[in-house]
Design a protein around this ligand. Sequence first.
Ligand SMILES: [Zn+2]
Length: 101
Amino acid sequence: MTLKVFQCEQCGSTVFPARYLCFECGGAEWREQVAERGIVDELTTVRRRVGAQDGADVVIASVTTDAGPIVIARLEGVVRAGDAVGLAIDEQNRVLALPIA
Ligand SMILES: [Zn+2]
């Protein structure tokens, strides 16, 4: 699935996740915009997760999307800060960041 962010119809600001009101202009009308790619800002490894079925480490990152908003994504593959990544949503509704070959 593709990652969708939300663009204010009134002023063009983009947000993720969805908001009731635009933080820039107070508008309440949004249009969906696909965010296919982004740049990794920072990343960290999560070693202990409450309720996790397996004990594997998970790497998460803040990613500035090509559509504007910063999202927190689960990294798949070897990625470093500054790298371009593809963005997707998995079957559990998690945001994934995938290396671009
Ligand atoms: Zn707005």
